[in-house]
Design a protein around this ligand. Structure first.
Ligand code: ADP
Length: 253
C-alpha cells in the first residue's frame, strides 16, 4: 500500500498538506476560469466577421447585392482579420507552452532594432508618420533573434496603428545596472489610465470597434509580454500625450 498514512502524520504536516492541496485547487479553478473566458472570447471574435461574411453572401445569392470590387475588398478584409486571429491564437499557444524552445544566442540589440525599423519604414512613410531612432546602445542580449524582432515589430506596429498622420514614433535605449531599457513612444491617441493595467491581457482592447477596424485582435500585447518575460525581461506602458512602452532586458556581458 503506497497511500499516505494520514493518521500517523503530525498535525503541522497535515496542515501543510491541506494548504498545498487548497493552493493546487485554487490554481486549477483559476485555470478553468481562464479557459472558459478564452473560449468565450474566441467564439465572440469569430462570430462577428463570420456573420458579416454570411450575410454578404446571402445578399449576393438573393440578387439583392452586386458583388462590386469594394464589397469584395471589404469581405477580403474580414477574412484577413480571421486569418490574423487564427495566427495570433497559434502564436499565443506556442509562446506560452512549457516545452516551447527558444533558439537562444548572443544578439546585438542595435542590429535587431535596425532590421525592424528598416523593414517598417515604408509603412510609416505611407501613413505619413515619422519614425525616429535615438541612441540605441551597442549591447548584446541573450535572445531568440526572431522573437526579439517580433517584440519590436509588435510595439512599432501598434505605435504606427494608433498614431495619426503627421505624428511621430520614437525609439530609444538606455543602459543601467546590467539592464537595457528600450522605449517606444508615440504622440498618438494614447491610452486612458483606467485601461493601462489591462492592455497586456488577452483580447483586451481599449476601443473595441476602433481597434477591430484597424485589424487588431487584441492578442498582440499578450504575445509580446510573454515573449519579453520568457527572455527574463519586463514590459510596461505609460500614457502621457501618446503612449510609451518600456522593455527591459538583461544585458549579456
Ligand atoms: P490590437 O491587436 O487590438 O492592437 P494589442 O494587444 O496589440 O491588440 O493592444 C491592445 C490594446 O492596447 C489595443 O487594442 C489598443 O487599444 C491599445 N494600444 C496598444 N498600443 C497602443 C498605442 N501605441 N497607442 C494607443 N493604444 C495602444
Amino acid at each position: 500500500d503506497v497511500r499516505l498514512p494520514l493518521k500517523s502524520l503530525p498535525r503541522d504536516e497535515l496542515e501543510e498538506l491541506a494548504a498545498s492541496i487548497n493552493h493546487l485547487a485554487e490554481q486549477l479553478e483559476q485555470q478553468e476560469k481562464l479557459r472558459i473566458a478564452m473560449t468565450e472570447n474566441i467564439a465572440h471574435e469569430l462570430r462577428t466577421p463570420l456573420t458579416t461574411l454570411n450575410s454578404y453572401l446571402a445578399a449576393i445569392q438573393d440578387g439583392i447585392w452586386e458583388p462590386t470590387p469594394e464589397r469584395i475588398q471589404s469581405s477580403r478584409e474580414e477574412i484577413h482579420r480571421l486569418i490574423q486571429l487564427v495566427h495570433d491564437l497559434e502564436e499565443l499557444q506556442i509562446v506560452n507552452s512549457i516545452d516551447f524552445q527558444f533558439m537562444l544566442e548572443q544578439v546585438s540589440l542595435k542590429k535587431s532594432m535596425d532590421q525592424v525599423m528598416d523593414l517598417m519604414r515604408p509603412s510609416f512613410q505611407q501613413k505619413g508618420v515619422n519614425l525616429e531612432k535615438k541612441d540605441i546602445p551597442n549591447v548584446c542580449v541573450i535572445a531568440d533573434e526572431s522573437r526579439l524582432i517580433q517584440i519590436w515589430t509588435n510595439l512599432l506596429s501598434n505605435a504606427l496603428k494608433y498614431t495619426p498622420e503627421g505624428g511621430t514614433v520614437e525609439v530609444k535605449g538606455t543602459v543601467r545596472l546590467g539592464v537595457v531599457q528600450i522605449t517606444v513612444s508615440d504622440n498618438g491617441i494614447g491610452i486612458p489610465s483606467a485601461d493601462l493595467p489591462h492592455i497586456f491581457e488577452r483580447f483586451y482592447r481599449v476601443d473595441k470597434s476602433r481597434s477591430r477596424k484597424m485589424g487588431g485582435g487584441g492578442l498582440g500585447l499578450a504575445i509580446t509580454k510573454t515573449l519579453v518575460e520568457r527572455h527574463g525581461g519586463q514590459i510596461w506602458a505609460e500614457s502621457d500625450h501618446g503612449a510609451q512602452f518600456y522593455v527591459q532586458l538583461p544585458i549579456q556581458r
